[in-house]
Design a protein around this ligand. Structure first.
Ligand SMILES: Nc1ncnc2c1ncn2[C@@H]1O[C@H](COP(=O)(O)OP(=O)(O)OP(=O)(O)O)[C@@H](O)[C@H]1O
Length: 600
């Protein structure tokens, strides 16, 4: 799948870093050591801020936890610093889990403010020393140096290789995570949380994972820092430190591993070169950040999406038989109740019972009884504001209904989260396309396969055989669906670069890739020209024949509705006003009245 070739620039960089300390003085070796520590910190924040898009301006708190756990356990209990490396990571990760769990639903500036608060609480706790553990404002001294048996890390050169060795290991791990289901899930939710959730990504879980892993890595940096300086004090873990880490990621490039390392280099080396004006360094970084944001909004070294070989000759081994793509089809686990009365549920894949949804005083959907037949196309029509999209949002779990029930294949799915509903076999598209614009088309389609995949952190880092098989399956399946919707030749293109009509088809491919049994389409033909709409009609009829699928759609294009629907439901002001075969609904007086108004 991936072309492997010798990366000469990378090789030269590695050689340079290996020989650098032998041609440098102690001062500059120590600068390079701190460069390494900041690179670790930058990469740790990059997981949260860059990959996942979560604004964390209190990251120094996790760094502090790692440093203080090392300092306390080493000075009080004599536990060797090297053993405390994983302990610091665990402690910082656990702390992150505890403090971010209650606030993980927050976004943007709200999250930013709360993380600043977390950073300040930790710093003040270290100063106030409530449990007489942290040494108050003076901190803790006398931390031992790390050692591997008799080999002590006690010189500048050894510390240099120690930190860069650990950094190299983490970079490899992070690259592997980036190219796995986990990295993609982080990117999906950074791009569009609702679309990610609707594609089957458990958004809360992956946000927490980003915080925990980011904090654990910062904890490792804290341990290394404490063992080098042999002292820790609260002045190191200030809001300014968190802002510097923020600068590293923003300057380097969001989500870019080399960018974070480069950003760390800028933050550590520049103040040393311009020591005379060191007092103005924050001014410099602020200015640099503003200039970068204006001229290179993606950062100095933005992340390039991986280009995966998609040659036509490779396409021949993709099986046309869709059933063959169900290689991994885990039975979705669900704890939903099964309704005993099976008669209506045998004939209909989706049933809503007296569904009501209100926004404040506005009742958008009222007592709606809706059924969608197995293997049929059911359309909902109605004037603007009739409540059609709200029905979709309730069925797919984006909104919780005020009252009423939603049954899918006889199971009560009311109130389940969108990703749980997706994993049960419902997929949807949105009225205003919701793609992951900065990801490639193939990555967009792979989102639909996320919930069927099992690999997690360890298997992704170790690249186990099952993880590689799963990745290949996801890639082949996504490529199949891209070809199926006529986008086989744009797999590596960023979704945002596609014309509107193709974006619609890409969204459809993403929904279909999850192999849903119910496909929900919100105005699929809006923005398409006549030719494209006709192609869409043929496509929908074909997939209905080919797949074991039912379709529910909202549409304003009456030619499409009347042309392909088996059943039409008309809504007005949140209520069902008529339903029946397309020919019955077309001339139905209540429907005409809803669209055109009552004749005086
Ligand atoms: N999140 C929300 N908050 C408040 N009001 C909402 C929200 N979503 C929808 N509404 C209101 O609910 C009513 C129904 O909206 P809905 O989008 O479901 O209609 P629709 O039939 O899909 O219309 P259209 O064809 O224009 O998309 C409208 O009055 C709308 O303003």
């Amino acid at each position: 799948m991936r072309r492997k070739k010798l990366n000469l620039p990378l090789l030269l960089v590695i050689v340079f870093f290996c020989v650098y300390p032998f041609f440098s003085n102690f001062y500059w070796i120590d600068v390079a050591f701190f460069f390494g520590v900041y690179a670790l910190l930058g990469l740790s924040l990059n997981i949260v801020l860059g990959e996942t898009g979560l604004f964390d301006l209190g990251h120094a708190a996790f760094y502090a936890i790692g440093a203080y756990v090392t300092a306390i356990l080493n000075t009080s209990f004599g536990i060797p610093v090297i053993w405390l490396l994983p302990v610091s990571a665990l402690a910082a990760g656990l702390f992150a889990y505890i403090v971010t769990s209650p606030i993980i639903h927050l976004r943007g500036d709200y999250l930013c403010v709360v993380t600043i608060g977390i950073g300040e609480i930790v710093r003040l706790a270290l100063i106030n020393n409530p449990f007489k553990l942290t040494g108050g404002p003076n901190g803790i001294t006398g931390i031992m140096r790390p050692s591997f048996g008799l080999f002590a890390i006690d010189t500048s050169i050894r510390f240099y290789f120690y930190v860069w060795g650990i950094l190299a290991i983490f970079i490899i791990c992070l690259i592997r995570l980036q190219r796995s289901r986990i990295g993609r899930a982080w990117n999906y939710l950074r791009e569009d949380e609702i679309a990610a959730e609707m594609s089957g990504v458990d958004v809360r879980r992956f946000k927490l994972l980003a915080f925990v892993l980011g904090a654990a890595l910062a904890g490792v940096a804290g341990n290394i820092y404490a063992s080098k300086l042999m002292i820790v004090s609260p002045d190191t873990f200030t809001f300014l430190e968190s802002s510097l880490l923020f600068c590293i990621v923003m300057l380097g490039g969001l989500g870019s591993i080399p960018g974070s390392v480069l950003g760390a280099g800028i933050i550590t080396i520049f103040p040393e070169i311009f020591r005379v004006v060191a007092n103005y360094r924050m001014l410099f970084f602020g200015g640099a950040l503003v200039i970068t944001m204006i001229f290179r909004p993606g950062g100095i070294w933005p992340r390039k999406r991986e280009v995966i070989a998609l040659q036509a000759d490779e396409a021949s081994d993709v099986k046309e038989d869709i059933k063959a793509l169900k290689i991994i089809d885990p039975m979705p686990t669900s704890n939903v109740a099964t309704n005993e009365d099976t008669s209506i549920f045998e004939r209909h894949i989706l049933v809503t019972d007296k569904l009501t949804m209100a926004f404040g005083g506005l009742v958008a959907v009222k007592d709606l009884d809706l059924v969608v037949g197995h293997g049929k196309i059911t359309s909902i029509i109605g004037p603007n504001g009739a409540g059609k999209t709200t029905v979709f949002n309730v069925v797919t779990g984006i909104y919780k209904p005020v009252s009423g029930k939603v049954y899918f294949e006889g199971k009560d799915i009311t109130g389940l989260k969108p990703h749980q509903i997706t994993s049960l076999g419902i997929a949807r598209t949105f009225q205003n396309i919701r793609l992951f614009p900065n990801l490639t088309c193939i990555e967009n389609v792979m989102a639909g396969l996320h919930y069927k995949m099992k690999s997690y952190v360890v298997s992704s880092i170790l690249r186990t055989d099952s993880q590689k098989t799963e990745e290949k399956w996801a890639f082949d399946t996504a490529r199949y669906w891209l070809m199926k919707v006529g986008l086989g030749n744009v797999g590596n293109e960023l979704a945002k670069n596609l014309p509107y009509g193709k974006q619609k088809m890409l969204e459809l491919a993403r929904a279909l890739s999850s192999m849903p049994r119910l496909l929900i389409l919100d105005e699929p033909s809006s923005g398409l020209n006549d030719r494209e709409t006709e192609d869409l009609m043929i496509f929908l009829e074909n997939i209905l024949d080919e797949l074991d699928i039912s379709i529910l759609l909202i549409e304003h294009d009456m030619n499409l509705v009347m042309g392909i629907s088996h059943w039409v439901v008309a809504m007005d002001m949140g209520m069902k006003i008529a339903e029946g075969k397309p020919s019955d609904i077309y001339n139905h007086p209540r429907v005409i009245e809803a669209y055109l108004g009552r004749e005086e």
